[in-house]
Design a protein around this ligand. Structure first.
Ligand SMILES: [Zn+2]
Length: 517
């Protein structure tokens, strides 16, 4: 049997069956294993000697599917992640036999209660010299990526996607001194600009994917720290296809800042350029001549409304830019008027709407999807109202009245389509508008949903639907698939798909709002 030289034994918390392992990565340069769970965890770490392996158990955490092996190479030859039992995820780091590991040098610490780092001692003892090459490359060189868990996902990749509207994260840690301070992230017309104070940092850029196969851009800034003013609220929200920012004081001694950007399908690849006063993120291929030495235009966050912005939140980016950037142009003030999105789940109560394959009812599907949309928007600080929140009968005029009396900014009606049961081959997404203002809303919404959810495209169309004609604000009506369609119906009844569709609609609405309604 194996002998256990147990180290770093932690107590365990009561299990919570729904908590999941979100991501892990092994950084070969730092000889460091990191993982993130979606709720608090107390890992149990032990070292087994024959064969030599480090075992990290996560009580109360489940993994999505059977997740296979990830070959790493070097001191850690492979990482295996498995469901040890119904409530425990086990991560096994297989160690090279020649790697002499002193258990007392294994350090485990939580950056937060759900973000942990397992630091292995330097791998200099190993035979594999390449492992020890800590990248000290010049900015924009390409050191080896920090593991890219690229194993194929057993699950449907679409359903394995995390929510589009996940919140940004900022993890501060005390740093006594650093050459560079990252001040914030500004949205500009060209991309993003990160003002920095102090010396130009050494930058390492990695392109990888997380365990959900989401594309990630990882930017490490060496000898750097995070300004105390930088908060999750001050980071961009869903701009340019980046749906999640994580800024972490990745290491405190020596200080290093890591930015992880989760890119959705709409995001280009990004190039990282160091200029006087900060760092540019611009779409790959943008000629250097077009990249200013400092942003010429800063697009302020949309979500600074009094409703959502905490009083002590970070100042708007224009105020952060006390960087050497010369004469920052005065940016326009953020709009103070409050955005209200009116969601209108079609039908309800006595009116089931279309009834399709297997008795699938439109009124049920669209209510579920609408709730997902509402939740996702509210998570972004957007005020949402619904014409109905439950299975209630509601005529068309009252829906219009509700939107008008709420002084809604935009109106989005959510329906599912139907055709004869003899036409199961008819499937796909349709989005309708009546006015010109509604046309842009419908187009942006349609494009985002198609870019997020795999569906047949049946186009954006003008129609004289009552709720589109009688509402005074920009209005769109989206038909999220055919309850009579052989392809669409199984999706429409799938709760996971409903959540994905609801989030995609929310993202489409955000796209519309952010592109300046
Ligand atoms: Zn309908």
């Amino acid at each position: 049997m194996v002998s256990i030289a147990g180290v770093c034994l932690f107590g365990s918390l009561p299990a919570k069956a729904t908590a999941r392992l979100q991501a892990w990565e092994f950084d070969t340069g730092q000889n460091r294993f990191m993982f993130t769970t979606d709720s608090s965890v107390q890992p149990r770490v032990s070292l087994l000697l024959q064969p030599k392996r480090l075992v990290i158990d996560l009580p109360g955490i489940v993994t999505d599917e059977a997740v296979g092996n990830q070959f790493i190479g070097g001191a850690v030859t492979a990482v295996r992640v498995m469901q040890a039992d119904a409530r425990t995820t086990r991560m096994v780091l297989e160690l090279d036999p020649s790697y002499s590991l002193d258990p007392r040098q294994v350090k485990v610490w939580g950056m937060t209660s759900h973000q942990w780092v397992v630091q292995l001692p330097s791998a200099t003892q190993t035979a594999t010299a390449a492992m020890t090459a800590t990248p000290k490359a010049a900015p924009k060189a390409s050191p080896p990526p920090p593991s890219s868990p690229s194993r194929p996902s057993a699950a449907d990749p679409a359903s394995a996607l995390p929510p589009l509207l996940s919140r940004n994260q900022v993890t501060h840690a005390p740093v006594s001194r650093s050459a560079t301070v990252v001040q914030g992230v500004q949205v500009t017309q060209e991309g993003f600009f990160m003002p920095i104070q102090g010396a130009a940092p050494q930058i390492q850029v990695y392109r990888t994917r997380n365990e959900h196969q989401v594309r990630q851009l990882v930017i490490d800034l060496l000898d750097a720290s995070i300004s105390q003013a930088l908060s999750p609220q001050s980071l961009p929200q869903g701009r340019y296809g980046i749906h999640h920012w994580a800024v972490t004081q990745f290491s405190t001694n020596p200080p290093a800042v890591r930015l992880i950007l989760n890119l959705d399908a709409a995001s280009p690849d990004w190039q990282v350029s160091l200029v006087s006063g900060g760092i540019w993120l611009t779409p790959m291929g943008m000629p250097a001549s077009q990249i200013a030495t400092a942003p010429t235009t800063v697009v302020l966050p949309m979500f600074n409304s009094a409703q959502t912005q905490p009083a002590q939140a970070a100042p708007p980016p224009a105020a952060i830019a006390s960087s050497p950037a010369p004469q920052q142009p005065a940016a326009p003030q953020p709009s103070r008027d409050r955005i209200v999105v009116m969601l209108d789940p079609g039908h309800g109560g006595a009116d089931p709407g279309a009834v399709g394959i297997g008795g699938l009812r439109e009124k049920d599907v669209v209510l579920a999807v609408s709730h997902h949309t509402a939740n996702a928007l509210q998570a972004q600080g957007i005020a949402v109202q619904m014409t109905r929140q439950s299975d209630q009968t509601l005529d068309l005029q009252p829906r219009v009245d509700i939107a008008e009396s709420a002084n809604a900014t935009i109106f989005v009606s959510i329906h599912a389509n139907a055709i004869s049961m003899q036409r199961p081959e008819v499937n796909g997404l349709e989005t309708y508008y009546f006015s010109d203002a509604g046309h842009r809303l419908a187009s942006v919404l349609h494009r985002r949903v198609l870019g997020t959810v795999a569906m047949n495209d049946r186009g954006v169309k003008q129609a004289r639907f009552f709720v589109l004609r009688r509402t005074s604000m920009p209005a769109a009506l989206i038909e999220i698939g055919f309850v009579t369609g052989a392809t669409d119906a199984p999706k429409l009844r799938d709760p996971q798909w409903q959540a994905q569709m609801g989030q995609a609609i929310a993202q489409g609405i955000l796209d519309y709002i952010q592109s300046g309604r």
